[in-house]
Design a protein around this ligand. Sequence first.
Ligand code: PGA
Length: 237
Amino acid sequence: MNKLIIANLKMNLNKKEIVEYKKTIEESNIKEFIICPPNIYIGIMQSNSYSVCAQNGYHINSGAFTGEVSFAQLKSIGVNYSLIGHSERRNMFNENDEIIALKLKSCIENDIMPILCVGENKEERELGKTLEVIEREIKNDLKGTKFNDIIIAYEPVWAIGTGLIPTKEDINEVHLHIKKVLKDIYNKDVKVLYGGSVKLSNIKEICNIISVDGVLIGGASNDPNNLISMYNELNVL
Ligand code: PGA
C-alpha cells in the first residue's frame, strides 16, 4: 500500500534507547518512512534507510533566542521535513495561528517540507464545527505564504493519545474537505495524513480509506518493533 508513515516520538526515549531504535529499524525491511525524534537526537537518528523530521522549529534563522532551534539550523544538518502546529504545540506552548503562520513561512523559505497539523477539539466536534475549525486553521496558517507543496495532518485533538478515533466516514469527510480547500484556494493537490490513536489494530482500516494518504503515529511508534509491525501490516503481501 503506497501510504506515508510518519512516527512522532515526541519527548520520549533516552540516547541509548534511540541508538537501539535506529539499529532495530535499519535491520528491518522498513524504509520510505519518516521519523520525528527529539531535536537532540536528530544527528544520531539520521540514516540512509528513512527520513528524519523535526517536531518543531523557530521562525527566525539566527539570533538571541536562547533554547530555540531555527529551521535554517535544522536544514543545515540535512533535515527536510518538520511538523508545524502539532496540537501539543498549540495547546501546551500557546502557539496560535499567527505564530504557526510565521513558522510555516520560515520552514518553506528554508526548503523544509512542512507537515501542518490541524484538528478540532472535543467541544468543537460536538458542536458540529469540525470542518469550519479545520478550514480556518488552514487559511490562517497559510496566510501570506507561497508554497509549492505541503503535507497536512488531520489530528483531532480528542483522538490524540486517548485510544478514541473518528469513524471512517468522519475521517473521509474531513480529508476530502481539506483536499478541496487546498485545491479551490491554492490550486494544490496535497497529501493528507490521519493522526490520533493509530495503532497496529486499526492502521490498515484507516489506510484503506482512499482519501487517507498516510498516518502520523505517536505513542504506538515508541517501540520500534511495533512500528515495524504496523509498516508490515500495510506493505507486506
Ligand atoms: P498518538 O499521537 O498516536 O499517541 O495518539 C499522535 C500525534 O500526536 O501525532
